[in-house]
Each structure stands twice: as C-alpha cells, then as structure tokens.
Write a protein that binds this ligand. Structure first.
Ligand SMILES: NC(=O)c1ccc[n+]([C@@H]2O[C@H](COP(=O)([O-])OP(=O)(O)OC[C@H]3O[C@@H](n4cnc5c(N)ncnc54)[C@H](O)[C@@H]3O)[C@@H](O)[C@H]2O)c1
Length: 367
C-alpha cells in the first residue's frame, strides 16, 4: 500500500497527515501516534457500521471504548461534548488518554474540542472519512461546537497528534458530500496555485470517477497547501484568512436559507463564484478567470447560482463576519486564479449587484 505523508510543521506540536487507501487497517502506520493507555473512538451512526470494527481491530490490547453519536450538524453541541466527557470518565481516561475522531467534520470538530477540554487537553487523532474532512477540517487544529448564538462560536485551537486519511472510506460517501469536498479542493487552486488549478481542470473526469491516484494527489496537495498556511499563521492573524475565499458569501446563504439545505461545500462553491464575479466587477480580475472557476465547479457537479434570498438580510449577515473591521466589509477576493487577497475597499452597491445578478439560473439540490 502506498502512503503519502504530509507534515504540519508546528514545532513540538508538529504532526503527520498520512494519506492512502486502506490505512485504517494498517495500524502499523498509525498506532504509534497513540501514546497513552486509553483510547476513546468517537464516531457517528453512519460511519460506525462501515469502519468502527476495523479501527477497533487496530487498537488490539489498548484499553478502549467507543461512542457512536447521531450523524449530522445537529450533533455538534455542548450536550454531545458532555457525552464524550462521560465516556472518557467511564473509560478511566486520565491525561494519557487519546480520542480518535472517526468521521466527517462534525465528529472531528466535536471530538477535537472535547480533547482540548478534558483534563485541560489530551491527545487526539483525526481519522477523516469525508473528503471535506480530509482536505480541510481535520487539518489545522480548529475545533469547536455550535451554540444557539451561532455556528462554531465555542471552540479551541487544538492540534491533533496525527491525521489518518484512508481514501478508500470515500467509496461509501454519498455523491453530494463528495462533490462538496471537491469545492474545498478547488478553493486551494483558486486562492494560491494556478498550476494546481490547471491540474484540476485536466483531472475532472478522474476525480469524478474516484480514481485512486488522482484523489490521493488532490488530497495531498490540499493538505500540503493548508498545512503550509497553518504553519505560517496558526491563529489566523493574516494569511490563514485567505482560506475563507467564498466563505463570507457562502455562510450568509447557508444561514439565510437555513442550515441543512445547502451543504457547506455547496455554499462555498456559490460563494467563490460570487467573490470572483465581484472581483471582475471591481476591475480587480479578468472575467475569463471567473468563468474558468464556474466551469470547473459545474463540471464537479457543484452549484454556482445561489437560491433566492433577500439581499439586505444577506448583507447584514456578511457584516457580522469575523474579518470585518470597524463595521466595514472586508472580503477575500482575487486578482485572478491563484491570487487571492483580502479586500477592504468594498463598495456594498457592487456586492448587491452581484447578489442580485446571481439569482438567475438553476440551483441543484433545492426544491
Ligand atoms: N475545523 C475546521 O477547520 C473546519 C473546516 C471546515 C468545516 N468544518 C466543519 O465540518 C463540518 C462539516 O463536515 P462534513 O462535511 O465532513 O460533514 P459531516 O461530518 O456531517 O459528514 C457528512 C455526512 O456524511 C456521513 N459520512 C461521513 N463519512 C462517511 C463515509 N465514509 N461513508 C458514508 N457516510 C459518511 C456523515 O455521517 C454525515 O451524514 C461542519 O460542522 C463545519 O463547521 C470545520
């Protein structure tokens, strides 16, 4: 089995990301990342039937327990975090315990947050099973849960000990979730690497067909890219904000339409399209690049036209974004493919024009 390794360089908190088909069964690779005497596997009810027994087999003699939570965003709560604490207590896990997060971004964010809190911080290992989690949420150490006031408002920076990305788990992932992960992969090319963007254009068919080599290469590139950004700006004081390309628009649509209608990656695809359109309108970037971006997203089966939503309400949500300073809108825009930048000189009339124009066109997956 071939395993690609990407290192996240954060001094003594550095860790490897292993990428390969069948890695879950290859405990020889990942078992060394578990330092303690106890392990708790946190997973969800969709993932458990496929993969839980195989991870357990790799733990063999280690004292361990499992916690299977309901699947979906509604699980990412403080109540679920308490359930993780209860399971750790029942297991007798002290500071030498490790949490294994087996699942998508929901399980990873929640289990990572619980690990950051238990006994003021214990080890955790990410075993992402969605494409989005492999290329984005499992890398970089952002953990957290949702509260009534909003998504991801309670959390911590807590880096995993290792990330074990078994690409063969993607075979059971629903197609729509797979495409949502591709949106984040496109994002890395769009914001920082025109050559990778070209590569994606040339490999659409292979990626749509789940070709193992193309997939491993795309995941490895994405992890390498994100790892580089995180190593330079772990706490998002600068460059890391560029990873939010398309997200300010996307979050506004996700919230305005009600969570659950658009997948996060779908909202990001729409958001990137709008950010590129806005960049063109503001004279910052060529129209041809915006067209290439929408074409690529469309070929991956992603939506680019947003559902109808009230422009005032969308703008109100966008003004709440963490990147804004002094009430003025700041957005990640681009100069063209591979050249994202923070733009502070945003004219809200232009944003409205883009939001208005975007209503035409079909919206896949929406009734
Ligand atoms: N921490 C970060 O930096 C970061 C970055 C991006 C997103 N996120 C968070 O990630 C979450 C979204 O993650 P997600 O898209 O992975 O969603 P998810 O965890 O809800 O998984 C999507 C669905 O796929 C199912 N599933 C997972 N793996 C499967 C498999 N191999 N086979 C069959 N079904 C499978 C899940 O049970 C779920 O129903 C959001 O909460 C978001 O806030 C965090």
């Amino acid at each position: 089995m071939s395993v690609l390794t990407v290192d996240v360089a954060l001094g003594e908190r550095s860790y490897p990301i292993w990428i390969g088909a069948g890695l879950i069964d290859d405990a020889g690779t990942w078992r060394a990342a578990l330092r303690g005497r106890h392990a708790l596997i946190v997973t969800d009810e969709h993932v458990a039937p496929f993969y839980l027994a195989r991870v357990r087999a790799g733990l063999a003699s280690l004292a361990h327990a499992t916690l299977v939570l309901p699947a979906g965003e509604a699980t990412k709560t403080l109540d679920s975090t308490s359930r993780v604490f209860d399971a750790l207590a029942a297991l007798g896990a002290s500071r030498d315990g490790t949490i294994i997060a087996l699942g998508g971004g929901v399980v990873g964010d929640l289990a990572g947050f619980a690990a950051s809190c238990w006994m003021r911080g214990i080890d955790f290992v990410q075993m992402p099973t969605t494409l989005l989690a492999m290329v984005d949420s499992s890398v970089g150490g952002k953990t957290g849960v949702n509260v009534d006031a909003g998504k991801n408002l309670v959390g911590a920076f807590h880096q995993p000990r290792a990330v074990v990305a078994d690409t063969s788990t993607l075979a059971t992932l629903p197609q729509r979730e797979y495409a949502a992960g591709l949106a984040e992969i496109v994002k890395y090319g769009a914001i920082g690497d025109a050559d990778f963007f070209d590569w994606l254009e040339a490999n659409v068919d292979a990626l749509n067909a789940h070709d193992a080599d193309a997939l491993a290469e795309a995941i490895a590139f994405s992890c390498r890219y994100k790892a580089g950004v995180v190593a330079r700006d772990e706490r998002e004081t600068g460059e890391r904000a560029l990873l939010n390309f398309g997200h300010t628009f996307g979050h506004a649509f996700e919230a305005e339409r009600g969570y659950g209608e658009l997948l996060h990656g779908e909202a990001v695809a729409i958001g990137m399209t709008l950010a590129a359109m806005l960049s063109t309108r503001m004279g910052r970037a060529p129209a041809a690049d915006a067209e290439r971006l929408s074409r690529l997203l469309t070929r991956f089966g992603l939506p680019i036209a947003p559902p109808p939503a009230d422009a005032d309400a969308l703008l109100a949500r966008m003004r709440l974004d963490k990147k804004n300073i002094g009430g003025r809108l700041r957005l990640v825009l681009w100069r063209g493919i591979g050249q994202a930048e923070i733009a502070a000189d945003i004219d809200e009339h232009e944003v409205r024009a883009v939001l208005g124009r975007s209503h035409a066109g079909p919206m896949r997956g929406l009734g």
